[in-house]
Design a protein around this ligand. Structure first.
Ligand code: AMP
Length: 115
């Protein structure tokens, strides 16, 4: 069993979050420290530590999760100007919460390469 994280508390409604989308499989909420005018985190309700752990999940699960990220971005009105999806993983990726989360960043132009 993977570790409990702050996102489990958000899923359990033990701490508040500004939720923008929820269904049986995922929760999407505003990042508490936004790095763009729109900064949303999309997490699966199933506790999966990080991106590399998706290898242990079914294609159907992963496909559904990725499509939900696209659906949330669309519902936020970001398709026109575009957006960036980020999955930080592990030490070098500077992942700080070990419950997989897609960052949806939008509302401004992004630079490349990332820091
Ligand atoms: P990462 O560094 O990729 O693991 O991203 C974790 C993200 O979670 C950071 O952008 C944090 O600002 C965000 N975060 C941490 N705690 C909360 C919280 N309670 N509500 C919303 N976002 C949070």
């Amino acid at each position: 069993m993977s570790e409990t994280t702050i996102f489990d508390k958000i899923l359990a409604k033990e701490i508040p979050a500004d939720v923008v989308y929820e269904d049986d499989a995922v929760l999407a909420f505003k990042d508490i420290n936004p790095q763009a005018p729109t900064h949303i985190l999309v997490i699966p309700k199933k506790r999966i530590p990080g991106y590399a752990d998706l290898l242990a999940e079914s294609d159907a699960f992963v496909g559904d999760y990725m499509k939900k990220v696209a659906k949330v971005a669309q519902e936020l009105g970001l398709n026109g100007d575009g957006y960036r999806i980020v999955f930080n993983y592990g030490k070098n990726g500077q992942q700080t919460v070990n419950h997989i989360h897609a960052h949806i960043l939008g509302g401004r132009g992004m630079s490349w390469p990332p820091g």
